[in-house]
Design a protein around this ligand. Structure first.
Ligand code: SF4
Length: 430
């Protein structure tokens, strides 16, 4: 790995996925959860067609997991869980705001698998015409499958492309090629769905030339949405082992920062506007209702192994042990294994961290929700972030500047830091 310049702060490192961290959660399901109004639905498919070299998730290649038999059993368990949980948590009484198939790679499933799960959703939930997203890896999206997805209501396809350079894709250990990825984008677009292309910035072998090529290819497809994640190195990955062995090299954080700076310029020129600090859409339209809903704290019920959701004041997660999940869900039991009841302080911090992903936070709305104003909770952070050019303060809104967008979660983390020091025993923080 190339030697880093010292950059303690700010940094693009450390993407925030959740708050509070799982280590604060209790290893017991919530005693009871309920809610009213619309609910988002997440379904987790833990299988992939390969193990990507940078992947630190618990997803497994389907062949290693037991192939079609294991997948069939998983679909059965998922159907059973949908039925059990919908009754237990009265989900049928709430309109479904969005459906999201994530993973893993949901498109390792064939039309029959999808059909059985979607039938269970319709039998047990109030589904009218929600945003309906399926994550897909290009090599798993043939025209027949894409047309089928359209026929069952899928209106958003998120393609994990990562790179349009074959040598870089190969170093990732993925089965895709640039040609297959372009074909998959075309197939997905022809269904009429909103298409999102996921790219990873900072992959092994990436240079400004290759990154620029990848970016231009993504823009040329005309996809409605392009998302750029920063590649983060984790110790449980093949990437990490190869880097330690000197077999591959990844760009430094400074180089990756320049890749993203370049991307922001190109997105602006092509009128791809940010609705989050890492997703850029044509004219700023096509906001992902599922992701923005979760970040705004709306209720979500998650199905499948490891699936995590939130309802009212509770966060919860299903067991991450696939065998245990199959046994519990298959027996008609709720497979939730841990939960966390959010305090007022947790909710404030979560709101700041996750809402800032949307690049804009309404401070009056925050005050209405929590009874305290951000101006009184973190005046110094607001002033410093504005002075340093990360945010603009306009009409009681915090707006991320281009610099703020470049540094991602940095703004949210700095605003949240003083909130973490609040006394946990006051009426507002309990
Ligand atoms: S497709 Fe995604 S979840 Fe599956 S191994 Fe690759 S990075 Fe991990």
């Amino acid at each position: 790995m190339k030697k880093e310049k010292t950059r303690p702060w700010p940094s693009r490192k450390g993407f925030v996925t959740n708050y509070p961290h799982f280590r604060k959660w209790k290893k017991a399901p919530p005693p009871e959860m309920s809610g009213t109004g619309p609910v988002h639905i997440y379904l987790h498919i833990p299988f992939c067609i390969q193990r990507c070299a940078y992947c630190y998730y618990s997803a497994v290649p389907l062949k290693e997991a037991g192939g079609a038999k294991e997948l069939g059993e998983y679909v059965d368990a998922l159907r059973r869980e949908i039925k059990t949980a919908s009754r237990r948590f009265h989900l049928r009484e709430r309109p479904v705001a969005s459906i999201y198939f994530g993973g893993g790679t949901p498109t390792v499933m064939n039309e029959g698998h999808f059909s059985r799960i979607i039938d269970a959703l319709h039998e047990n939930l109030d589904i009218q015409d929600p945003e309906f997203t399926v994550e897909a890896e290009p090599v798993t999206l043939a025209r027949k499958k894409a047309d089928f997805l359209k026929s069952v209501g899928v209106n958003r396809i998120s393609l994990g492309v990562q790179s349009f350079c074959d040598d870089i894709i190969q170093l990732c250990g993925r089965l895709d090629t640039a040609e297959k990825a372009l074909r998959a984008v075309e197939i997905a677009s022809q269904t009429g769905a909103v298409v999102n292309i996921d790219l990873l910035s900072g992959l092994a072998g990436e240079t400004m030339n290759s990154w620029s090529h990848t970016l231009e290819q993504a823009l040329l497809t005309g996809a409605e949405s392009v998302t750029v994640y920063k590649m983060e190195l984790h110790a449980n990955t093949a990437y990490y082992r190869k880097i330690r062995a000197g077999a591959i090299q990844i760009p430094s954080d400074d180089e990756e920062l320049e890749f993203m700076r370049h991307a922001l310029g190109r997105f602006e020129e092509k009128n791809y506007l940010p609705w989050s600090f890492f997703t850029f859409t044509q004219n700023g339209r096509h906001e992902n209702i599922y992701a923005s809903g979760i970040w705004r704290g709306e209720d979500c019920h998650a199905f499948g192994v490891s699936g995590f959701g939130g309802m009212g004041e509770w966060l919860f997660q299903n067991t991450s042990d696939r065998k245990k999940y199959l046994a519990l869900a298959g027996a008609g039991e709720i497979p939730i294994q841990r939960g966390h009841r959010m305090t007022g302080k947790d909710r404030m911090i979560r709101d700041v961290l996750l809402c800032m992903k949307l690049t804009r936070l309404d401070m009056r709305n925050f005050e209405d929700r929590h009874g305290l104003s951000l101006e009184s909770l973190c005046p110094k952070a607001l002033e410093e972030l504005e002075d340093e050019g990360f945010i603009r303060l306009e009409n009681s809104h915090i707006e991320m500047t281009r610099k703020g967008i470049l540094y991602g979660d940095h703004t949210g983390k700095r605003l949240a830091a003083p909130l973490m020091e609040l006394d946990s025993n006051s009426p507002q923080t309990q």
